[in-house]
Ligand binder design. Structure first.
Ligand SMILES: *[C@@H]1O[C@H](CO)[C@@H](O)[C@H](O)[C@H]1NC(C)=O
Length: 149
């Protein structure tokens, strides 16, 4: 067993729920189909995001198009208002996806969601999109989260 697998097993033994798919809403994935969304650690849903921590996001999707590029956009929806949420790396091709993206191929998009300490402790909906060359969504998912101190 490698170090990383060992670490994950330890987390599981410590009571973290591992790789439980997150319930999400599809908000218009027209160039792809979402298979699964993983956020970790997220032992209970909606995911509680602690200020000052980083969360890993893993979206498994199948593309229905070819695309040379992919660009991620993240928004927080607070009381119906969509607010851009900066992520360290927008380029999907540097987030676990091997580009060019092929048709009918399944990919694991992996990124981190940093939760800054200055964020307010509120419930919100995270909208995560990955756009192809034509600015169409390879995936668009929405999932509720709760920011806690
Ligand atoms: C992302 O999820 C897929 C499907 O469960 C899994 O095969 C892959 O190992 C995960 N990647 C990471 C970094 O957790």
């Amino acid at each position: 067993m490698d170090v990383r697998a060992g670490f994950i097993v330890s987390l599981c033994l410590m009571g973290f729920t591992c790789a439980v798919p997150v319930k999400f809403i599809d908000c218009g994935s027209c160039s792809g189909k979402v298979v699964m969304v993983d956020i970790s650690p997220c032992p209970n849903q909606p995911c509680q995001l602690h200020k000052g921590q980083s969360y890993s996001v893993n979206v498994t999707f199948t593309s229905t198009v070819e695309s040379k590029t992919s660009k991620a956009l993240v928004h927080g929806i607070i009381a119906g208002v969509s607010i851009p949420f900066p992520i360290p790396k927008e380029d999907g091709c540097q987030s676990g996806i091997q580009c060019p993206i092929q048709k009918q191929q399944t990919y694991h998009y992996q990124n981190t969601l940093p939760v800054k300490s200055e964020y307010p402790a509120i419930k919100l909906v995270v909208e995560w999109e990955l756009r192809d060359d034509n600015k169409q969504d390879l995936f668009c998912i929405r999932f509720p989260v709760q920011i806690v101190s």
